[in-house]
Write a protein that binds this ligand. Structure first.
Ligand code: GLN
Length: 462
């Protein structure tokens, strides 16, 4: 696309498609506002940009000038950021159109998008099920065909898990590959902006645009933006490790079948596949659910009614202002995280929990280095232990909800890039396979993902 009339048509078509899937509650932006903004963006977008006219939806915890940024929370209802996140600014500079803000679990805390103050998002193929989370709105919009790609964010799997459950591609880049400037902080040492796309190519194109150095984020690496690899003819020369800890005895039989088929296809493509071990995997969920809440409790201290968003009434003094604002403004899952985080950081328990979790984090990261040092290029695992679960099924059982992140949190803990690619269906519900790569070697990971995507019958029952 290269002329403004095409960009305008693309903007209008995107708005129409988003209206058509309104029942999913995936997009939080009011439709009138969305239409107006898309038209305005299309008329000013730069025709020479590599994403010219491409509608890209953005998770509601990524700041944009055009729309409010509520993070799925009441505490930021109506909040308008005075600046664009670097990722959003880069999208616009490349000619893309920001196609509204997507529903998510409050501040990214959750795995089902049920923890949103604005109602749950429905799974696009089965309204009784969840789309995964926390980037469930982005995943549902892409899976429903409303946009070719959307930004999400990852602290422990929030791009890959919903991608897996909705049958789309989800990429979590290496920590430091994409600027976090303007991504509302959850667990700063784990957070990365990621991309959901209807294909590896769509997701990778968007990732390439948003990647690269940013003086506004000191944790963003001083590197050029990601160069996209070609689609490989074969995977000859690739060594792919299959970590046995990700295939426990009690793994869902259909998930195992889908993975076995994907592994067979990787072999047929020429890759050497070998079993490997990541011995500290069993501690990953516990480690994550100490570190992430600890960082969250500190990051969320800023929401006090004095600085951002609405102020809740009935506050006669400053302590009461904090109490009522935070008590009314945060939902139950966020309050739980703040409590857990404050507890594990408190002086009496710091050594017992937080320090131990940091030590375990180092061991988990070392597990990956050991495997990669022995000549393994990439790892293959399931993305999620099951297909999309029923709404309400895990809502009152936080541990069951947390366990749906069991295969994804490790890449965040170790800072590694990972991608989920659809590898089959189980009774019509999609399931994803995950490739975990080495730090800053997204190009190799994408090559393997391209090949797998082409070979695997993703729409077939496993
Ligand atoms: N589901 C995980 C959590 O609730 C991961 C969330 C995320 O990646 N943002 O913390």
């Amino acid at each position: 696309m290269s002329d403004p009339s095409e960009a305008l048509a693309s903007a209008k078509a995107a708005a129409d498609r988003i209206v058509n899937v309104k029942r999913l509650n995936a997009c939080l932006t009011p439709i009138k506002e969305l239409r107006k903004s898309l038209a305005a963006q299309a008329s000013t977008a730069h025709p020479s940009g590599v994403l010219y006219g491409m509608p890209v939806a953005v998770k509601d915890n990524i700041c944009t000038l055009e729309f409010t940024t509520s993070c799925g929370s009441k505490i930021l209802e109506g909040y308008r950021s005075p600046y664009d996140a670097t990722a959003a600014a880069k999208l616009k500079a490349a000619g893309a159109l920001i196609a509204g803000k997507t529903n998510c679990d409050e501040f990214g805390m959750g795995s089902s998008t049920e923890h949103s103050a604005y109602g749950r998002t429905l799974h696009p193929f089965d309204k009784t099920r969840v789309p995964g989370g926390s980037s469930g709105g982005s995943a549902a919009l892409v899976a429903a065909g409303a946009v070719p790609a959307a930004l999400g964010s990852e602290t422990g799997g929030s791009v890959r898990q919903p991608a897996s459950l909705c049958g789309v591609v989800g990429i979590k880049p290496t920590y430091g590959r994409v600027s976090r400037y303007g991504l509302v902080a959850f667990g700063s040492s784990l957070d990365q902006i990621g991309v959901l796309g209807r294909s590896v190519h769509d997701a990778a194109r968007v990732l390439s645009v948003i990647s690269g150095r940013d003086p506004k984020d000191s944790t963003c690496e001083d590197r050029d933006s990601l160069r996209l690899p070609n689609v490989p003819e074969s995977l000859q020369g690739f060594v792919i490790g299959v970590p046995k800890e990700y295939f426990p005895q009690d793994l869902d039989a259909a998930v195992r079948r889908a993975c076995d088929r994907a592994i067979r296809l990787l072999r047929e493509l020429g890759a050497a596949v070998r079993e490997v071990s990541l011995p500290h995997t069993a501690y990953a969920v516990a480690t994550y659910y100490i570190i992430a809440p600890a960082e969250a409790s500190s990051n969320l201290a800023r929401y006090d009614g004095a600085r951002y968003g609405p102020r809740f009434n009935g506050s006669e003094d400053v302590r009461a202002l904090y109490r009522t604002t935070r008590g009314d403004g945060f939902g139950p899952e966020v309050r739980r995280r703040v409590l857990v985080g404050t507890y594990v950081l408190s002086s009496g328990y710091y050594d017992a929990y937080y320090r131990k979790a940091q030590q375990m984090r180092a061991l988990i990261a070392q597990d990956f280095r050991n495997v990669f040092d022995r000549g393994v290029d990439l790892l293959f695992t399931p993305t999620t232990p099951t297909p999309a679960f029923k709404a309400g099924e895990k809502l009152n059982d936080p541990v069951a909800m947390y366990l749906s992140d069991i295969f994804t949190v490790t890449a965040n803990i170790a800072g590694l890039p990972a991608i989920s690619v659809p590898i089959g269906r189980i009774k019509g519900l999609p399931i994803g396979g995950q490739l975990i790569g080495q730090a800053f070697l997204e190009d190799e990971m994408l090559e393997a993902a391209y090949a797998l995507e082409r070979a695997v019958p993703a729409a077939e029952e496993a």
